[in-house]
Design a protein around this ligand. Sequence first.
Ligand code: HEC
Length: 129
Amino acid sequence: MRRIVSRWWLAPRHARTLATIAMTAFAGASVHAQKYPEFPGANLKHGRSVWLGTCEACHANDVAGAPLVTHKAAWAPRLAKGREALYKSALGGLTGPKGTQMPPRGGNDRLSDADVKAAVDYMTAIVSK
Ligand code: HEC
């Protein structure tokens, strides 16, 4: 009896977790991508595709303590540092005061400096919108 009761409590929680995993895994990239604005210009178009491929994982999901693109207040003090400082953090990585870590190049070594900078440009364009 006890077992059944505890399963009763666990089941909905598991269902929710599984649903989240399934949504993340099966949401087609194109469906997902529609949520994010497009900006004119080759640099921001390229930046958007780099961002969707590498940066979105953390910066659009509350998983690693990354400042979310939807959170303007979290970006204000970062934008105030200036673009060069943001490029530097994105290229070389950054550990915040609470131990949250931005890995160098978002953990994707295949990205060139120009790719990473374009992704920073795209992300700052969204948060400045
Ligand atoms: C594994 C998760 C993760 C990925 C992937 C990731 N970031 Fe981050 N990013 C973070 C975290 C965490 C922080 C905040 C670090 C801190 O505490 O200051 C951050 C902060 C930043 C900042 C602000 C830096 C500053 O100086 O304040 C920029 C810019 C940035 N990321 C750009 C990017 C770009 C561009 C990509 C993709 C190429 C990317 N990030 C991918 C986790 C990630």
